[in-house]
Design a protein around this ligand. Sequence first.
Ligand SMILES: CC(C)(COP(=O)(O)OP(=O)(O)OC[C@H]1O[C@@H](n2cnc3c(N)ncnc32)[C@H](O)[C@@H]1OP(=O)(O)O)[C@@H](O)C(=O)NCCC(=O)NCCS
Length: 444
Amino acid sequence: MTPSEILEHIDEQLEEQADYASLWTEGSSAMPTGIPDFLQDSQWQDSMKYAGFDETHAAEAAIVAETIRRDPCLLRLAWQAYWRTYCSNSHTLKHWPTLEKYLGDLSGLFYFLVGLGGIPLVRAHHRRLGIPENITHDTCQQIRVESIPYYAGQYDNKFGVDYPQLEWLSHYTHEPYFRLGRLEFWLEPNKVCKARAFRHRRTGRTVALALDQTPFSCDGSIFAEEKQVQWFSHYRETAESFIGNVITPFGIGTRWVVELPKNEWELVLQPDDLCLTTHIPNGGHLTPEACAASVRLALEFFPKHFPDAHPKAMVSQSWLFNNQLHQVFPPDSNVVQFQRQFYAVPLSSGPWNGLWFIFLRRGAPDFQDWPRNTTPQRLILDFLAKGHHWREASMFLLWEDMKHYGTSHYLSQWPYAELGGLTSCSVPDASATGSSTGLNFNSK
Ligand SMILES: CC(C)(COP(=O)(O)OP(=O)(O)OC[C@H]1O[C@@H](n2cnc3c(N)ncnc32)[C@H](O)[C@@H]1OP(=O)(O)O)[C@@H](O)C(=O)NCCC(=O)NCCS
């Protein structure tokens, strides 16, 4: 059965077939005779329960599972999606059939069943690593988290999983990636925080310097569009010191160049260092207490289960580290309080990055059409309506400083006398940017 025959059978056309058809022969050879385990009622029903779903969609899922089992074309397609996602080296499904014509309102359940197929793999992976059952259980809630946005309106309130989300679900089946309370932590090299951090050997204070040739805009952010670039940072190291442009903990790159003597300052974080990449799953309730509990769990969990790994920091990339957040949300909101716990670092961002997580829409906002149902939706749309763009940024919180979570550790100490030269550079004119950072070095 070829990829084209299946498309014809389900009456669907794809503009781009290369990804869908790739590794087809390999997938065919790996296909078991009979019905694959993940489509057996006993298995997906067990996984659905384990992931915390109630019975609301169980009957629809049973209809789709039965339809797939009876239809050789759907069976082959479901296997290929499962095998590509979890068993091949090419986890991303880029342009795949949606099955909207063939399955109508039930189409999202096709990939939902493929998503549930990952749960026994996560459980086996965690058993091999000796992970406690409660953490496996919490980590497996992610398929529900991925289904909720789908349910929340993007596809006319149809229930299911959107096939591009399957790639994310595949990570849990083979990576050291766990949900610990409200937050998720992935033990991996730092790919998101593109700066170097230095710690003062005596006082423990920490400062970030920009990487060499980072293109900053006039407000100290980094935009993907070339026209926004106003200046480039410089970084170099000599036998005696590290020299570069300061990034303030508010996530603002500055033209302020400092020289940090090596006998006083230690390099403690740079790209590719082993870190805990932190993810914030959908679900609200990002309360200070819940996040502090998660950080405490991470401090216990990783040394216990990965004693040879020594992550240098929590790092993350999100709209939640956008240095405009305090202009949009009140200071006591969960999101602003969350951001204040980290050293924010600018990251190259398009004009609308991160809006998807709040609106489940992509691209430039449509002020007539985008939802205004929740407080964040209304606050962000009002802000964008004034002509602002939206950004993503990154952050770090050094492993040694995770025990200070809840004290706004970096912000509460900034600016540091250790850096020297600050008085000559500081322009404490918050009104110039309407910002509460109080330091506008870039206007110098
Ligand atoms: C970031 C997030 C966790 C913040 O949660 P929070 O501020 O603690 O949320 P609360 O539970 O206090 O709810 C506050 C408001 O936000 C709304 N809200 C919560 N999650 C939301 C979401 N995903 N999209 C839109 N609005 C959301 C709530 O409905 C509530 O609105 P209301 O005041 O009109 O009742 C939440 O926005 C979320 O779950 N986002 C999706 C995940 C995400 O963005 N992760 C980062 C990916 S890079």
